[in-house]
Design a protein. Sequence first.
Length: 340
Amino acid sequence: MAHPRISSKLPPDIDPTKAPIAFGRRALPKLNEELQDSDLLTRQRALMSLCDLVHDPENAYQAIGIGFLDNLKKLLLDEDQTVRQKTTEVLYIMATHNVGRYNFIKHKIIPALAQLLNDPVDICRWNMHYGLKLMSELASGAIEIVESSLIPSLVLKLNTENEEIQKLILETLTGCLRVEAFEALATGAVGILKEMLNHLSVEIRSRAAEALMAISVPLEGKNMVFQEEVFPDLVFLLNDDDAEVRGNAAGALMNAAITTQGKYAAINAAAIETLLPLIHDEKSKVRLYSIKALTMLAEAPEGRKILLCHVEEFQERMKDPSEVVQRAAKIAVEVITWKP
């Protein structure tokens, strides 16, 4: 099935000629002046030139020092869609550099970007969400997104955005859920993520399962996963053809099955029988999370009874090429064979 793609090509009536670059130290200050010019074509050309320059972290550092960020914040609300498109592009390129991410927080760029959540142009929203995704990869950036009260809006956008942007939102949410999950829980994130586990897109299924793994770390998240009856959906994904989907589903089960009600919900959904083959999966991530999830289920008497017949399989994994898997298998054997 074909899906619409978000194009970064400029409208046909836009002159893509870049602004002439001044020589040496004058280059960036001149572009900064042109960003504030009343002439639309001058602003567009300056932004196109700036997009090329800020790929170099030294240029990004100098641009921030000159004061570009404050001018770029103003251009986010420009009436011209090409100006907004190139402004968001400059900003997400800057966010690929450490100096850019640090100054995004210092100059409050995240709340400014969020003004484009409802922009009518797809590529402007995609650029904006890509910038947020890059920021969410750092704990400080994720905290800034949470403190900017963007989580409820991002959760609800999963219901309305196109597929390409949904992928970015899921990645952003996963980063933010690792530092704070309560706003997302209050906005109904678990129910929305549950629906996305059945999406046709492998990437969306994988990222939705990863977000559920993050949201089920706090007790409130574990309880909500139980209440929303997500366990059968996660168990179903353990048979997915994609290793990332299998690994993230096993990871979500691992976190959600820590509570007693979670253990029994997983056992009743046939999690043990479905997880057991995965401890021999070719991907170490799948093996690790599957062993850890089964260790959680072995803490229930019914789970331990079933797994006692498979101790040798876990002992085999104690010779796994991955040291992390070896340690997890050792703990699993200890839990399974424990006697009161």
